[in-house]
Design a binder for this molecule. Structure first.
Ligand SMILES: Cc1cc2nc3c(=O)[nH]c(=O)nc-3n(C[C@H](O)[C@H](O)[C@H](O)COP(=O)(O)OP(=O)(O)OC[C@H]3O[C@@H](n4cnc5c(N)ncnc54)[C@H](O)[C@@H]3O)c2cc1C
Length: 485
């Protein structure tokens, strides 16, 4: 585990305290109180059903909240040892009322201080209900539910979500808070599936917001950056379950992107390109296609000169593909193909850092060329970069707000001193493209550069201030990046 002293004032990817915190549990156990109407709805408490999975994996959020005081990758140590783990909605309300400063902790997969607090964190791992409503084609999940818990349950009931991130181990509430996304020209980020939210706001009262009934406020609530209140329930759109087949092509010349970028990204329901920025080439193209029931998926042996892989591959060279979802065109359930990584395995590398910048898709090729100019600075510290697309949306603080988007992602080696020097160079190259940094990853931009990228930021600030006038949920990350200069 590392702490990186905060020598770069604004680089909030890293916390400035070098305190090795020890957990001092503050939670008390209370009897559970889940009163859920079961008529015409299907209900699951995830803890029992997924206990086996949780025991296999050190990654799910539900099993040992707060057992570590760092984030998942270990690059960030939280600034408080006070973690509340309420068992019921009422306990959440009591904690919020009691605390003058508090922040919710999801599954700890963000790389920066967005989930941090100097005083109190709350884990909602015990709020793990899943309620399927077939009539409205929605599912409501408690604030601690992860996609690893939700997806197999939904599939078992004949339903699917529209998309997933590269890993399923993150919480739904934490993912939507930061505009977490997968890939696909027509796929909005994960927050675009949200149709309703239940929150405990700063006064301890319950606020319910609906996409249909609250069109003026809802766009500020789904991508909330953890600052509107404690999200205790999220309602998501679901659709009939579907199958996906995934293949990987190797060695695509980067020149092909100049003329065929659109064709390549529309060649699948979800497409990801992996590059180390060397030799003007894309090392791997992952194509995920929806498969009609009963049909055999067809994939051409070549994609603009790239060759169809005949063995399973990991996006990070040298890593075993065992942790990756099935490839080679073998169809399977949506949730076992849309993420790159399998549920009970370590996603990506583990010991790593991540950054990502989201730019208007129509400028994608120029932006790729701009980053490529930095290959000699970037590649030595990089595991791999990934290029994805995201559909535009109307969520005020979404990184895809009103822009069909291309995402340029960097999985870094855990070499912070070097990475922190490279980030400003990348940001300078991407500045002409109005690059928005991923809220849950590492970046160096100041608030003065971030704020103009979000035309509705004042509305968001006003919305948050209305429900949290004293700044109970405001932390250093928010002070610096949303309210700072
Ligand atoms: C290996 C790896 C792969 C990744 N892949 C992707 C990817 O494919 N696409 C992508 O876009 N991102 C990706 N990420 C980033 C990740 O999806 C985001 O950082 C996400 O926000 C993490 O969710 P979490 O549950 O861990 O939340 P945390 O990191 O714990 O918290 C994130 C934010 O959500 C808030 N929050 C959490 N729960 C609640 C709640 N109940 N109420 C209110 N606020 C809440 C927190 O306060 C904080 O502000 C990846 C990260 C890792 C480590």
């Amino acid at each position: 585990m590392r702490n990186y002293p905060g020598e770069l004032g604004n680089l909030l990817g890293v916390n400035c305290s070098a305190i090795a915190c020890q957990l001092r549990g503050t939670a008390v156990s209370f009897p559970r109180d889940h009163k859920v109407t079961m008529d015409k709805r299907e209900f699951l408490k995830t803890s029992g059903v997924f206990l086996a999975g949780a025991m296999l994996s050190p990654l799910g959020s539900g099993e040992q909240p707060g057992a570590q005081r760092t984030n998942w990758s270990g690059n960030y140590t939280y600034s408080t040892d006070r973690l509340h783990q309420p068992q019921t909605m009422e306990e959440v309300q009591q904690v919020v009322k009691r605390c003058s400063k508090v922040r919710v902790l999801g599954s700890r997969h963000s790389f920066n201080g967005i989930a941090d607090s100097t005083e109190n964190q709350i884990s909602l791992a015990h709020l793990n209900q899943i309620v399927l409503n077939r009539e409205s084609s929605t599912v409501s999940v408690g604030g601690g539910v992860t996609y690893s818990q939700l997806a197999p349950y939904l599939d078992g009931k004949g339903y699917a979500l529209h998309n997933l991130a590269s890993l399923p181990q993150i919480t739904v509430a934490g993912a939507i808070a930061t505009a977490t996304h997968g890939s696909g020209n027509k796929n909005g980020n994960l927050a675009t599936a949200v149709s309703g939210l239940e929150l405990v706001t700063a006064d301890g009262e319950v606020l319910v917001l609906s996409r249909d009934r609250d069109p003026d406020r809802f766009p500020g609530a789904a991508v909330n950056l953890g600052s509107l209140g404690v999200v205790t329930k999220v309602t998501l759109d679901v659709q009939p379950t579907f199958q996906v087949a995934q293949v990987v092509y190797e060695n695509l010349g980067m020149d092909q992107l100049e003329r065929h970028l659109e064709e390549i990204f529309t060649g699948g329901y979800s497409v990801s390109l992996f590059t180390d920025w060397q030799n003007h080439r894309i090392g791997q193209v992952w194509v995920k296609r929806r498969v009609q029931p009963g049909s055999t998926p067809h994939f051409d042996p070549e994609l603009f000169g790239a060759k169809l892989a005949t063995r399973k591959l990991h996006p990070l060279p040298g890593h075993s593909a065992e942790s990756c979802t099935e490839q080679l065109g073998i169809p399977g359930p949506w949730y076992e193909r849309l993420p790159h990584f399998r549920i009970n395995f370590t996603p990506s590398s583990g010991a790593e850092l991540q950054s990502e910048y989201l730019i208007p898709r129509e400028k994608g090729y120029q932006a790729i060329l701009a980053v490529e100019q930095l290959r000699d600075q970037v590649t030595p510290h990089l595991f791999i970069s990934e290029l994805r697309t995201v559909e535009a949306d109307q969520l005020w603080m979404s990184t895809a707000y009103q822009r069909p988007t291309m995402a340029i992602h960097f999985t870094w080696k855990p070499e912070w001193p070097a990475v922190k020097n490279v980030l400003p160079m990348i940001e300078q190259k991407l500045a002409p493209f109005d690059a928005r940094p991923h809220w849950g990853k590492l970046f160096a931009m100041s608030a003065s550069r971030i704020k103009p990228l979000y035309p509705e930021i004042s509305k968001y600030q006003g919305f948050v201030a209305h429900y949290d006038p004293q700044g109970k949920f405001r932390n250093l990350f928010m002070e610096t990046n949303i309210y700072g200069a």
